[in-house]
Write a protein that binds this ligand. Sequence first.
Ligand code: PMP
Length: 426
Amino acid sequence: MNAHSAPTARLDVQSIKKDFPILDRRVRDDKPLVYLDSAATSQKPLQVLDAERDFYLRHNAAAHRGAHQLAEEATEAYESARQSVAAFLGAQESDIVFTRNATEAINLVAYALSNASATRPGGAPLTLGPGDEILVTEMEHHANLVPWQQLAERTGATLRWATITTEGRLDEASFDRALGERTKLVAVTHQSNVLGTINPVASLASRAHAAGALVLVDAAQSVAHQALDVTELGADFLVFSAHKMLGPNGIGALWGRQELLAEMPPFITGGSMIETVRMDRTTFLPPPQRFEAGVPLAPQAVGLAAAITYLSDLGMTAVEAHEAELTRLTLEGLAGLKGISVVGPVTTEDRGATVSFTVDGIHPHDVGQVLDDQGVAVRTGHHCARPICDRYSIPASTRASFYVYNTPEDVTALIAGIESAQRFFA
Ligand code: PMP
């Protein structure tokens, strides 16, 4: 048990909210802020801000450079953050690579594969060429689609994709049809940032492995919202960003299977990742340092570790249960309104607390503007997953996303705001 959760493992949201002063903001003619955009970025608790500030105030130095005391402390703080991330994911710390965000982590893998393909063609499983295939899904964020399109272009491989059903689930039959012995890599999101759908990644990973493919899981929308263990998922790579999980901007991570990381050539090169450098050639450090060129992101890593401590104290099972309740209330509230289409599953089963919808006769941006006028912050647009709009023939959608600091009253404010948009545009 901890400060914010009762013995029944329910979150004490009123006490949690005190850790997020920004949630006391008043916006748009003094309306209380209702923040429903955590899928874009979460707010940060004082504990995270304090940890980063304390690092700068007392320990600031370049980690992994220099032998003075501050440099040693910075290195220790940085490496201890790596241990926190590893423990949170059920991983080994040597398999955690700090990156700038999930996007960079995906690009790291994509560029390592194309660098391997260029320098040692035929060196399976890390190389691709004409005739090989990369399999993604129609519900990917652009961060887990565009790098694979580009990798296909650079290597001559073919990009294929599994489709999504009318209900907003992955069409597993289309996944199985697209998967085959030519598939070298499957890249799939754990939870869709638009549909809220949670994909059966463990099952997809075992099918992909049976076909001989590597599997990358985009956990940008899941790691913050459910207990996650990389060994249970059975993937080869997993990526996420700290800023969506109460942590600071500017840091994320790649987890990779040790034997793969060990064989992967670097993506970004420079200081901190080298073993020896001569004018004509360089050898590289083993992972994770091989993939962490430049002065390490120590203050951000410290902030991420504080976010992990905060979430672990809440308990990820309690976080998940809290969000499931808010999702249920939101889906019920939307079902009670006329003219609403939820873009994604309409039951709480295997879906997270991200609910996108359209309102008949009103452009999603107008819905967002009316909500904003009432202090309710949602996101409108294609949410960086444009193919989902094409799939459902919609120009955009309005998205409400919930987190540990949201309450049932926030759901009520959302539903009331949509009703007033409907009245306004009637
Ligand atoms: N994947 C998914 C599913 C996301 O929702 C996001 C962020 N919206 C990303 C990847 C990319 O995250 P970042 O912009 O932090 O790199």
